[in-house]
Design a protein around this ligand. Structure first.
Ligand code: NZQ
Ligand code: ZN
Length: 390
């Protein structure tokens, strides 16, 4: 285990009555509030009306940024920064999934930075403080509600970039599994894949003697795998939705990365897919992760991959060589993704090799020449992974 500092300051308010705590939080942070949400699901499920009613009771002044799209764009972030500055907003409140939350994160940072907010994503500039941010989660997936990450796409050149900083931790996040009942099966499935990917990116490490975090990760992965079919069959199964929601939150709050080094190559390779083809992040990961596993296994990394196969996907420990066991694990992971209704190849999504050069080049360049740490991915390796994903 390597040295680490773990601190996650986000207050998580979880459960059927979680929204009842919003008023206390507004009292704490201020009554000039900017709401950030997507294309309308928060209105359809009645959450928007409930929040407006709570804000009205607090005599809050409310501004709105709506219409956030999946793979959120920089344009709305700029608009939000302008609204905050013009109206001296005191609290930004995001409602929705990762896209609404990340838009809000970029806004709360950008308000406190004098230059162009995109500088914060390229590393050209930095801020030292943020406006307070609260979230109300309706889609367990990105884990942004408790993460230090924010991922935004600049529309001019389809450049999708993440920024990790402790400034991105929300002050509070409200999670009621009932808000996820309305999720279409596709979004639920994409969320499940993303949650698993956040755990797996940390699971596949070369750091040894990390038994506790290995076991926590395996437990979380098995919980998600067991509960996914339950919510697919019964979208209003509160307990199953709750398990997935809490797993999604823990998966990306850095707990599972303590004492070890995460990989993140699959995420970076996927971000190029979402940036160019605008496919859902989870759907892209269902394609990239098995391809990455096949590739790193071909380079000899059977020990950890076979441990994953045995402990997470119930491959028998005596089913063959370490490599055969690892291969069976990849087959089962692929089958699981398909069982929740997703595809696992690029062809099935109408994507061919024409942009591979550009995607591989950019993904590796953004990472400073080498992606990942479990196995170092250079441009040539990235190209091979994209080809394996065809
Ligand atoms: O726009 P609305 O109408 O709200 O519909 C959304 C959207 O179309 C819908 N939805 C959300 N909650 C719903 C619902 N529909 C019905 N009922 C509900 N309860 O779901 C669609 C997808 O929403 P989105 O927020 O885009 O999904 P997700 O949470 O997967 O976020 C994806 C974004 O997060 C980034 C991804 O790259 C992507 O841009 N990530 C952010 C991370 C972070 N900040 O820590 C980490 C992740 O690895 C990820 O990269
Ligand atoms: Zn992700």
């Amino acid at each position: 285990m390597i040295d680490f500092t773990f601190q996650n300051p986000t207050k998580v308010i979880f459960g059927k009555d979680a929204l009842n705590h919003l008023a206390e939080e507004i009292k704490r942070y201020g009554t000039k509030v900017l709401l950030v949400y997507g294309g309308g699901s928060v209105k359809r499920i009645g959450l928007y009306d409930q929040v407006i009613s709570i804000l009205n009771n607090q005599k809050a002044s409310v501004w709105e940024i709506s219409g956030v799209k999946p793979n959120p764009r920089l344009g709305l972030v700029r608009e939000g920064i302008r609204l905050c500055r013009e109206n001296s907003v005191e609290l930004v409140l995001a409602m929705g999934g990762g896209s609404a939350i990340d838009t809000a994160k970029a806004i709360v940072n950008g308000v406190k930075y004098d230059g162009d907010v995109w500088d914060l994503f390229t590393g050209k500039g930095s801020n030292v403080e943020v406006l307070p941010l609260g979230t109300i989660v309706t889609l367990p997936a990105a884990g942004s509600e408790m993460s230090n990450s924010c991922v935004i796409t600049r529309e001019e050149d389809q450049c999708k970039r993440g920024r990790n900083t402790p400034l991105n931790f929300p002050k509070f996040s409200i999670l009621n599994p009932e808000f996820t009942y309305s999720l279409p099966p596709y979004q639920t499935a994409c969320g499940v894949v993303d949650i698993m990917a956040h755990i797996m990116e940390r699971y596949f490490t070369t750091v040894e003697h990390v038994e506790l975090t290995d076991r926590m990760a395996e437990g979380a992965l098995k919980t998600v795998i067991d509960n996914a079919p339950l919510v697919m069959n019964s979208p209003e199964d509160y307990d199953a939705r709750a398990e997935i929601m809490w797993a999604g939150c823990l998966a990306h709050n850095t707990l599972f990365e303590t004492g070890r080094v995460g990989d993140w190559a699959s995420h970076k390779l996927e971000h190029e897919l979402s940036a160019l083809y605008d496919i859902a992040h989870g759907a892209g990961l269902a394609i990239i992760f098995p391809a990455w596993m096949k590739y790193v296994l071909s380079k000899g990394n059977a020990k950890k991959l076979s441990q994953f196969a045995v402990r997470v996907l119930d491959v028998k420990a005596d089913a063959g060589t370490e490599e055969e066991i690892a291969q069976e694990g990849i087959v089962r992971l692929d089958a699981f993704y398909r069982s929740v209704g997703l595809t696992t190849t690029l062809h099935e999504n109408g994507i061919d090799e024409r942009d591979f050069e550009r995607m591989a080049e950019r993904a590796v360049k953004m990472a400073g020449g080498v992606l990942g740490s479990f196995y170092p991915i250079r441009k040539v390796d990235a190209l091979s992974i994209y080809r394996l994903a065809l």
